[in-house]
Design a protein around this ligand. Structure first.
Ligand code: ADP
Ligand code: MG
Length: 302
């Protein structure tokens, strides 16, 4: 990809519809259980598919495998039997209208919520019944849609907490040194002694990233980490996410801004009403009539 900006968005004919399209509500969306995946978007067969503008990643072994994953909240099926694989070394973009289950998927993978059904394995071992701290230790780190730093700790201490209790347990001095490394990586080193309250939104998002990375993850789950950034900040964040993958972890990124998804994701998966609606390259998925209908309602293709 050339320069510091995003690659040209190649799907202009349809894509104005999609810029920030997840912000639309899903009134008029079809029942996902009856929506067939579009021809050419092979559910369960997207490995190796690449977003047109994405940097190619080596297709590694399956790291995370979800099969029939379900999560209900008092009868509401937020996840309704999801089958997804995430392979080592890839960046997977997770799209879907508001309320389609994206954050719930992250919350279930990270052990925030126990699933109501289905199977979830990391490197072939079930993580379904593990509490969040054990899943973090196993190598899964996540950010929150709304940054949640500890307000009474400094920026450095916030990162040191996850460095101390992440994949490898560390002494306090080691955790602080590791935390400093990730503050440098995210460009926040000069804020080490500041309170998180003193950070602007951009910096708070990057603090979330530093906290996730300091845990030494093999899989990083990013929930709308680019949301609210200016275009220039977003360019910087996209470059940073690429550098995260270059360090080793696979990345699952929930993101509404399509130019960012297109620039980043090797592969895109789309949820609708808790169901996996489509997966494949960003270009293919965005042309998928079932995806267009899910976002825009049944009249979209009339
Ligand atoms: P997304 O991140 O795709 O916008 P969510 O995963 O947050 O969607 O939500 C999926 C559905 O589950 C929504 O209908 C939401 O209201 C519901 N939901 C999510 N979390 C909870 C919760 N803790 N309690 C009750 N309902 C929830
Ligand atoms: Mg969400």
């Amino acid at each position: 990809m050339a320069g510091s900006s995003f690659a040209p968005f190649s799907m202009v004919a349809t894509t104005d519809l999609y810029t920030d399209f997840g912000r639309r509500n899903r009134i008029g969306a079809p029942n996902a259980r009856t929506a067939a995946p579009a021809p050419g978007v092979a559910v369960g067969d997207a490995v190796g598919a690449r977003g047109a503008a994405a940097v190619a990643a080596p297709a590694g072994e399956v790291l995370l495998r979800a099969r029939g994953l379900a999560k209900s909240f008092r009868g509401l099926r937020a996840l309704d039997g999801v089958d997804v694989d995430i392979r080592a070394g890839e960046i997977v973009g997770l799209l879907g209208p508001n309320g389609s289950g994206k954050s719930t998927f992250i919350n279930v993978i990270s052990g925030h919520f126990a699933p109501s059904g289905g199977e979830l394995t990391l490197d072939g071992a079930s993580i379904v019944r593990l509490p969040a701290h054990r899943i973090a230790r196993a190598g899964v780190a996540r950010t929150y849609q709304i940054p949640r730093p500890f307000a009474h700790l400094t920026v450095l201490e916030n990162v040191a907490v996850t460095a101390a209790f992440g994949r490898c347990a560390r002494s306090r001095p080691d955790a602080l040194a590791e935390a400093m490394r990730w503050l440098r990586f995210t460009g926040l080193a000069d804020k080490a002694d500041a309170s998180p309250d003193a950070l602007n939104l951009h910096q708070r998002k990057f603090l979330e990233l530093a906290r996730a990375l300091a845990a030494g993850p093999r899989l990083v789950l990013l929930d709308e980490v680019l949301c609210g950034l200016t275009p220039a900040e977003m360019d910087e964040a996209v470059a940073l996410v690429r550098r995260i993958r270059d360090q080793g972890p696979a990345v699952l990124i929930v993101e509404h801004v399509m130019r960012a998804v297109t620039a980043l994701a090797d592969r895109v998966i789309v949820f609708n009403e808790g169901v996996l609606l489509a997966q494949g390259s960003a270009a293919d998925v965005m042309r998928d009539p079932a995806v267009v209908t899910a976002y825009l309602g049944r009249g979209a293709h009339a």
